[in-house]
Design a protein around this ligand. Structure first.
Ligand SMILES: NC(=O)C1=CN([C@@H]2O[C@H](COP(=O)(O)OP(=O)(O)OC[C@H]3O[C@@H](n4cnc5c(N)ncnc54)[C@H](O)[C@@H]3O)[C@@H](O)[C@H]2O)C=CC1
Ligand SMILES: O=C(O)CCC(=O)C(=O)O
Length: 426
């Protein structure tokens, strides 16, 4: 258990920026560019369903604590909805809605038969015992059980949730459903029907598009100086993959601070010492802040933590020539404009972080057919999808002279727009 300390975010004042409003603005622009009517924007600007729940949990001291949670289902025209569940003290209803819209866009970009969803609980799992977390995870599933299920809405891990939490949730759903239901949730342990490669999928997907972006910029990944913000599931494996590819990972961070060394960090040591919440900087006496880290010398930055880390305030000070968004929503729309004007290649979240949901889809397919694939098969399929998706967005951005985020939204929104039209919803 990690003792609490003030959370170090890049820009605390920006943390509550309205991610929902800015997401809507880009969706509107994408639909206009594609020539869709206004009704489609009215349909897609808000999730079709949003459930708020209260979850009572008996804590270790005997008292009952009631937690607030959400599940947002953005659009199910294409198929069942899908998206992770985060446990974080800063969760808000609007954040979860925006995250569900981003999931729809991701599924559209990598062409999965899903719409988007997202869930979240306002809590700090770093301050809770294993037993309390199990109670909260099971309570959440009971609370949202009417709207989720293997053919309705399939959850997965996100910030501060992991395969153990997925296992408790799958077990709770299976008990309620009275049969073993592995396809209810993805990101499970392998022995419970999890897929090879899901644990590392987000980081692998980011690595693949980062290498493509580096080629476009004429940067050799071997020797490139990389800063990775966040050292959890996405950030830690990504640091390892880049380190193994010969990159010089000069900076990493977690919620409590950051480490920077121009000669490169000892990634294997840091991986070995991080805790299950992606905390590692507490082991060091000399740290810098997340804000300082993002302004340090480097060639590539990968934000892999939380929203609103690159803003109009720090975007002009960024030294990197490539930013690859492993996190959801790390860059504000104002910062996107500034970075694009400065010629920085920004690979947007809805593309860069889509490796996770892609392998989650593979997990769900394997659960449905009861036949399991090798890690090599998963890797090959993921590689092909990420390269194809990167190139289609890059080419569209070039041909339509739009930024990479708008190009990604244009590709991501198209499938659900068409599906909604064929269904006669608009
Ligand atoms: N896990 C997955 O499969 C996917 C994750 N993502 C996104 O990647 C990002 C990171 O997710 P995971 O690595 O899964 O989470 P995680 O829980 O494994 O790690 C989160 C990391 O962010 C740090 N962090 C938390 N709050 C912070 C704050 N306020 N300021 C700075 N750092 C903070 C934590 O200390 C930790 O190092 C999130 O935006 C998530 O939505 C996107 C796609 C899939
Ligand atoms: O694996 C999944 O289904 C969802 C992953 C997720 O929540 C995300 O991409 O943000």
């Amino acid at each position: 258990m990690v003792a609490d300390k003030a959370v170090d975010s890049a820009d605390k004042t920006q943390e509550n920026m309205d991610v929902l409003t800015s997401t809507r603005a880009v969706i509107k622009k994408a639909l206009e560019k594609l020539g869709y009517p206004d009704e489609l924007y009215e349909l897609l600007k808000e999730p079709l369903r949003m459930m708020a729940v209260r979850i009572p949990v008996r804590m270790d001291d005997g008292a009952i604590k009631v937690f607030t949670g959400y599940r947002a289902q953005h659009n199910d025209a294409v198929g069942p909805t899908k998206g992770g569940i985060r446990f974080h003290p800063d969760v808000t209803a609007d954040e979860i809605k925006a995250l569900s819209i981003w999931m729809s866009l991701k599924s559209g970009i990598v062409d999965l038969p899903y719409g988007g969803a997202k869930g979240g609980i306002i809590c700090d799992p770093r301050q809770m015992s294993f037993r309390e977390l199990e109670g909260l995870s099971r309570g959440y599933v009971r609370a949202v059980s009417q709207i989720v299920g293997p053919t309705k809405d399939i959850p997965a891990p996100d910030v501060f949730t992991n395969s153990q939490i997925m296992a408790w949730m799958m077990d709770e759903y299976s008990r309620m459903d009275e049969y073993n239901s592995p396809g209810f949730i993805t990101g499970k342990p392998i022995v419970l029907g999890g897929s090879h490669g899901r644990e590392t999928a987000t980081a692998k997907g980011v690595t693949i598009v980062l290498k493509e972006a580096a080629k476009k910029k004429g940067i050799d990944v071997k020797g490139a100086r990389v800063i990775v913000q966040g050292f959890g599931n996405a950030g830690s494996y990504l640091s390892k993959f880049l380190h193994d590819a010969g990159a010089n990972v000069v900076g990493i961070s977690d919620a409590y601070g950051a480490l920077y060394d121009p000669d490169g960090l000892d990634i294997d040591y840091l991986l070995d010492r991080r805790d299950s919440f992606g905390t590692v900087t507490k082991l060091f006496n000399t740290t810098i802040s997340n804000k300082e880290l993002l302004e340090r010398e480097c060639d590539i930055i990968v934000p892999a933590a939380v929203e609103n880390q690159i803003t109009e305030e720090n975007a002009p000070k960024i030294k990197a020539s490539i930013i690859v968004e492993a996190a959801n929503g790390p860059t504000t729309m104002g910062a996107t404009k500034l970075l694009t004007e400065r010629g920085i290649l920004l690979v947007p979240d809805v593309l860069a972080s889509a490796g996770g949901v892609t392998v989650s889809y593979f997990e769900w397919v394997q659960n449905n057919q009861g036949y399991y694939w090798s890690e090599e098969e998963i890797d090959d399929k993921l590689h092909e999808i990420m390269i194809r998706s990167f190139n289609s967005i890059y080419d569209l951005a070039e041909s339509r002279r739009v930024d990479m985020r708008l190009a990604a939204y244009m590709i991501g929104v198209r499938k659900m727009a068409e599906a909604s039209r064929f269904r006669g919803w608009v």
